[in-house]
Design a protein around this ligand. Structure first.
Ligand SMILES: Nc1ncnc2c1ncn2[C@@H]1O[C@H](COP(=O)(O)OP(=O)(O)OP(=O)(O)O)[C@@H](O)[C@H]1O
Ligand SMILES: [Mg+2]
Length: 440
């Protein structure tokens, strides 16, 4: 087990036709301008070197035993970062450390990591059991090789030969060395956790996609590496199995205490699994924090809309006075903590962020948002409304999502008022998209 440290990590690939041409400019963390209108992309082409930089200035410390989740939209560089730790890609700049070893130039085998890929591959000619046991046999023989006497080497070879020749026989006739018995215990334990005990004698081609994925996961977890790297290991599972396996992975990781870097683009997975989460966008880390900190205190607009489901609503408002926000349809008097922060913004516009769960159905009032119901999504335990804030004078409409209690009766086309929980609002600078924080 060990700490994993990224120091100023950069990664570029040779440019391909069609890659975006852009000037690479240094950006302050937390002050990242996010273009909401175009799909985020990690690739920016540097015309001087004809390369595209897909990871920029990555600084991250994954503590010993920590479960770190990397989350971000497709193409933001998550898999590339994992592949750099695994040694499957070469760094363009910076360093990566595992424990006290700088691993920049170590071959993958010497890094002592176990990885489950986004596109996993099992050994097709081996049973599930042997797929799980394979890594263990290899690790144990590597560990043992250094200190073995000639007699032990001969014994080991004999045992291994007997093991291989009798492997085709019925279970009770098979020869199992002491080492193989330990392996069997580990395989059983992992198979139990991942609910694949009944599949141990099957070949990969006799498994469903989800079962294969669990075997691939089990193969990595059966080993005892310094670091687990997991790249969307649950993507092929159905919703129920996904939730179950999610919990099992976390439980097993806690038991083993192995430092883990887990990649996903699913924010529920990130929130429920991670000790901490690193949110990435366009090749950069936007924020590293504990799950609830990300939800409560996102540093910028990107994190605010990426974490939370349905995502945060945004409304453009004008700072009338240091304690009042104005919108043509409503106005808000803010708590005291905001006044010092809003002072320099008087007369300017800001983006108000409010989550669907922090809006409530309310009576008509100048501080409440009037909106028309466009869509009703009743999920049973809660209902989401898609509503439109309509400003007839300007002809613009602002869509919002609101969570209401399922027993509240509403109709499509109905005009309603929504109150905002003022202690739950977020405000973002329109230029930098950075979050402003009230002072308490
Ligand atoms: N070998 C390569 N050559 C050139 N560009 C590459 C290479 N590998 C990845 N990229 C580019 O690097 C960027 C990041 O890719 P990466 O696979 O790390 O994204 P990701 O965050 O894992 O996305 P997803 O969620 O879709 O798996 C993408 O724009 C991708 O096209
Ligand atoms: Mg990926």
């Amino acid at each position: 087990m060990a700490q994993v440290v990224f120091e100023d990590v950069y990664k570029s690939f040779p440019a391909r036709k069609g890659d975006r041409t852009a000037q690479l400019t240094p950006v302050e963390p937390g002050l990242i301008s996010v273009d909401q209108t175009s799909a985020p992309t990690a690739t920016e082409r540097d015309t001087k070197t004809d390369t595209v930089t897909v990871l920029r200035r990555i600084n991250l410390t994954v503590e010993d035993g920590e479960f770190m989740v990397l989350v971000g939209p497709s193409g933001c560089g998550k898999s590339t970062l994992l592949r750099l730790i695994a040694g499957l890609e070469e760094l363009t700049g910076g360093s990566i450390w595992i424990g006290d070893r700088k691993i920049n130039h170590l071959p993958p085998k010497a890094r002592d990591i176990a990885m489950v890929f986004q596109s996993y591959a099992l050994y097709p000619h081996m049973s599930v059991y042997n797929n799980l046991a394979f890594g263990l046999r290899r690790t144990q023989s590597q560990h043992g090789q250094k200190r073995r006497s000639p007699v032990a080497v001969v014994r080991k070879k004999l045992e291994s030969g007997l093991g291989v020749t009798t492997r085709v026989l019925p279970k009770f006739l098979r020869y199992r060395s002491k080492q193989e018995k330990i392996i069997e215990q580990t395989v059983q334990q992992v198979a139990e956790v991942l609910q694949i005990e009944d599949l141990l004698d099957r070949l990969p081609k006799q498994l469903s996609g989800g079962q294969k994925q669990r075997v691939a996961l089990g193969r990595a977890m059966a080993r005892d590496p310094q670091v687990f790297l997991m790249d969307e290991p649950l993507s092929n599972l159905d919703a129920k199995l996904r939730t179950q396996t999610r919990a099992q992975i976390v439980k097993l990781q806690r038991q083993l205490g192995t430092t883990t870097v887990y990649v996903t683009h699913d924010q529920t997975e990130a929130m429920t699994m991670g000790d901490r989460i690193a949110v990435m966008n366009a090749g950069q880390i936007q924020q590293i924090a504990q799950p609830l900190d990300l939800y409560n205190r996102p540093v910028n607009r990107f994190v605010a809309q990426f974490i939370g489901s349905p995502p945060m609503n945004f409304i453009s408002v004008q700072v009338k006075t240091s304690q009042n926000l104005y919108h043509p349809l409503f106005s808000l008097n803010l708590p005291n903590g905001w006044s010092a922060v809003l002072q320099p913004y008087q007369g300017q516009t800001l983006t108000l962020g409010i989550r669907p769960e922090h809006l409530e159905l309310a009576a008509k009032d100048p501080s409440h948002i009037p909106a028309r119901v466009e869509l009703i999504e009743a999920l049973g335990h809660e209902t989401y409304l898609s509503v439109l804030l309509i400003q007839p004078a300007q002809g613009v409409s602002n869509p919002l999502i609101v969570r209401i209690n399922p027993y509240q009766q509403v109709m499509i086309g109905e005009q309603l008022w929504f109150s905002i929980q003022l202690d739950k609002i977020h405000l973002f600078d329109d230029q930098t998209h950075a979050a402003l924080r009230p002072r308490h």
